[in-house]
Design a protein. Structure first.
Length: 288
């Protein structure tokens, strides 16, 4: 839902895909960007459990020289890259970015979009989370995250593109009210129904079988962020009775050791998106 956070944008590109820009884009209305910058100040008890050090938090998982990830704590696009690196066993340095005061390193490494996540490998930056995931898969072939069969690989990429295209509707669900929200709810449920009926098989634990893969990582925000958005809005979308396969996948995904050890703190996410929703609605109302 979110790269400067990427796809958490309220808008979409000309080809129907979500624009990268995320929380900053949908907060950028009638001076709301200033408020967004305040929202993006990380609490000292954020999901990594560490405070800020001179504006930047550094986390190291047995840092391998030359592998660094620039991210931000509320972003599901950062998490999907973290999960991929850890599933591959790649040691890396994580740098927490303040999107209200972007570092020179971020601006230098992603001068086009100026957004996270950015993976830096051997001094060379790679931007946009799905591009980063493909780069990781090709650079570190151990523990493959895409199927080896060309057809199965194309199916995984099809569904990755599908959810990237459909993500903005879930943010419209969170950031709208009245008729616009009702329409977003209907669209979001259609997306969930499509995933339930066509992307998941009854016998599989994950999207591609019994092993977690790239497709699961890209869909991963449905397993934790959607719940926070539902609670903020007060409307349940992913009902177990309506989407039993998808609900079972959520449980399996969250139970995986790597995923479970790297999820944001739920109450912090609730507070963050509640304030984002209030800011967005206030900005939209004042613009009328």
């Amino acid at each position: 839902m979110i790269g400067e956070i990427e796809t958490l944008s309220k808008s979409s590109g000309g080809d129907g895909r979500a624009e990268e820009g995320g929380d900053e884009q949908f907060a950028r209305q009638d001076g709301a960007l200033k408020t967004f910058k305040e929202l993006n100040k990380k609490p000292t008890h954020h999901r990594f459990g560490l405070g800020r050090t001179e504006g930047i938090v550094l986390i190291s998982w047995g840092f391998m020289e030359g592998v660094k990830l620039l991210g931000t704590w509320p972003s599901p696009f950062s998490y999907r890259v973290i999960w991929a690196l850890k599933l591959k066993g790649v040691k890396f340095e994580y740098v927490e970015e303040d999107l209200g005061n972007k570092s020179d390193e971020l601006l230098r490494c992603n001068p086009v979009h100026k957004k996270i996540p950015v993976l830096i490998h051997g001094g060379r930056p790679v931007a946009e989370s799905t591009v980063i995931l493909e780069y990781i898969e090709e650079s570190w072939p151990q523990n493959p995250l895409l199927p080896q069969d060309p057809y199965d690989k194309s199916v995984a990429r099809f569904w990755i593109r599908f959810i990237e295209d459909k993500t903005p509707v879930f943010f419209r669900f969170c950031h709208s009210t009245g008729e616009q929200q009702e329409e977003a709810i209907r669209e979001a449920k259609k997306v969930l129904k499509t995933i339930e009926e066509h992307a998941l098989r009854e016998e599989d634990k994950f999207f591609a079988g019994d092993k977690i893969g790239l497709q699961d990582l890209v869909f991963g925000w449905l397993a934790w962020l959607l719940q926070a958005l539902e609670e903020v809005v007060g409307v349940k979308l992913l009902e177990a009775s309506e989407y039993p396969r998808l609900h079972r996948w959520v449980q399996n995904f969250r139970a995986h050791d790597v995923i479970r050890s790297d999820l944001p703190e739920h109450n912090a996410m609730l507070a963050y998106f509640k304030r984002i929703r209030e800011t967005f609605i206030s900005s939209s109302t004042s613009a009328v």
